[in-house]
Design a protein around this ligand. Structure first.
Ligand code: SAM
Length: 271
């Protein structure tokens, strides 16, 4: 079992498979100088699978694929298939903006994915376009239908609570979720320009969870393990003697609570 210094059991690995995204959401890409990871530094599927295998041997049982947009990574279903072969991984999930989901849902399910979280902050098509930069709401709605029809369930909807979206609009999203059997998760908007993290959340949000219950570590697309979303410390697997040593070091770096957001965008760490 993987334990940190505060006796929290770490069993969840969140993997950013790419920092590329097909959207540019207003709350994610807040720094214009966001520099993409050079292509040659991005981990291959074989490397990611080997990391997950080692992580599973240490006690990881849940893996989430995220990004950037994980469906922008070519042949992502091959990675899902590889990870699914690791018996100790009991839960394999993916977070997506849903735009390409209609095309990929069946492939993902067939490869062994358990379920998806889909990011959707509003069901107003104009607002949706405004938030995401360019996307078409209908593509996401069709993606949700496709995920339902192939059985990628339960589907969770990630809604970042933005001040400029009215409560009335959020009620419409809630109704939509109820009608369609979707589980709505309200996410506190983290202001990445300020970078500070406060663990004092009111009861109005489902995410992020309290630090005291944290069970996660994060892997970036170029092989860095972050102990926390709000930590500037990381361990680069490529610089360590072994993958297991890198994971153990990263877990030992976990602080009791996060402090500063060191990234240029959520897309670089995976949200
Ligand atoms: N592209 C995928 C998607 O859109 O779901 C996965 C990556 S995205 C960075 C992962 C999650 O981070 C999404 O649910 C997104 O809403 C959330 N996120 C991004 N920026 C955020 C912010 N500033 N505050 C809170 N959540 C944020």
């Amino acid at each position: 079992m993987l334990k940190d210094r505060f006796n929290r059991t770490i069993k969840y690995l969140r993997i950013s498979v790419t920092d590329r995204c097909n959207l540019s959401c207003c709350y994610c890409l807040v720094h214009k100088e966001f520099v993409k990871i050079p292509r040659e530094e991005i981990l291959s599927f074989e490397e990611i699978t080997e990391i997950v295998r080692n992580a599973a041997e240490l006690g990881i049982t849940k893996v989430r694929l995220t990004g950037g947009e994980p469906l922008c990574r070519k042949n992502i279903e091959k990675l899902i298939y590889n990870i699914r072969q690791i018996d100790a991984i009991k839960e394999l999930v993916l977070t997506t903006n849903g735009v390409l989901l209609k095309k990929y849902a069946k492939k993902l399910k067939d490869a062994g994915l358990d379920r998806v979280n889909i990011s959707l902050d509003t069901i107003d098509p104009v607002l949706y376009k405004q938030i995401t930069g360019s996307a078409n709401l209908n593509d996401v709605l069709e993606g949700i239908e496709a995920a339902k029809s192939v059985g990628l369930k339960p589907i969770k909807i990630n809604c970042v609570v933005l001040l400029f979206i009215s409560d009335g609009d959020r009620e419409k999203l809630k109704d939509f979720c109820v009608k369609n059997g979707l589980e709505l998760q309200l996410i506190k908007h983290m202001d990445l320009t300020k970078g500070n993290y406060s663990r004092e959340y009111s009861g109005n949000y489902d995410r992020p969870p309290k630090c005291s219950g944290c069970n996660k570590i994060r892997l970036t697309a170029d092989g860095k393990i972050y102990p926390c979303l709000f930590s500037s410390s990381f361990i680069s697997i490529k610089n360590e003697r072994s993958i297991k040593e890198a994971i153990l070091k990263a877990v030992s770096l976990k602080e009791e609570e996060g402090s500063v957001f060191p990234h240029m965008a959520m897309a670089s760490i995976g949200g």
